[in-house]
Design a protein around this ligand. Sequence first.
Ligand code: ZN
Length: 238
Amino acid sequence: MASVPDNATCIDCGYALRGLSDSVCVECGRAFIPGDETSYQLWEGVYSWRRWARPPTLRTILPIVVLSLWFLNEVSVPGRSLSACFLIVFYVAFMVYGVADFAWRWSACRRDAERASLDRPRRRYGRWRWVVLPIAVASAISLCVVNWPLRMRFALSRAAFEVAQTQLDGAVTLPAGRRWIGLFHVEIRREGRYIYYVTGQTSLMGEGGFGKGTRVEGELSVGEHVAGDWYVVHKRFN
Ligand SMILES: [Zn+2]
C-alpha cells in the first residue's frame, strides 16, 4: 500500500493518518486515498476542497432560521416599521449567501462521492442541516402565492376581532392607545362609520391594519382579503 505523507491528517476528525494499515481513518471511519492529496489534509497545507463535502454549518443555519422566523413574523402583520425594511435587506442578502454556500457544498459532495463510497459505516453528523435552507427558501417563495403567515395569525385571532367589532359597533368613543386583540397589537380608529384596527406603518406614506367589510370611508383603501368579511385596509397620511 502506498503511504501517506508524515503530516497527513483526516479531513473530518484531524486524526494523524501516518502508518495506518488500511486507507480508512481509525478514529472516524472516513476513507482516504493514499496517493491522492485531496483526500486527506496536510498538517500545514492548504485545506482540501473536500472539506466542503459536508452539510452547511450551524453558523450558516442558525442565522437563516432566526432571520426566516423573524421575516415570517414580520409579513404576518400588515404594515411594518422602517427598521424592519433594513432588516429585510439583510435577510435577503443572507439568504443569497446561504444558497451559494449550499450549492457549493452540494457540488463538493457530488465530486467527493466516489471516495465517500469507500467509507466504512460511520456516523454522519448534521445531515438534517441539508433541509433547513430548502425549507427557508420554499417558505419565502410560497409567500408570493399567498401570505399564509398573515392568514394563519388572523385565523387564530378572528374570534377576538369579531368580539371587539361587536362591542365597538355603535360605540360613542373608541378606547385609546394600543391593545392586544388576539395575536395582534392594534390601535383602534374610526374613519366615518368604519372601524379599523391599525397594526403598523406600511411606508412613509401611510399605515395598515384590518377592517371588517369593504365599505371604507375617507382616506381608507381596501387591500387583500383575509378571511370572511375581513380585509387588510390602508390609510394614506395626509
Ligand atoms: Zn477521521
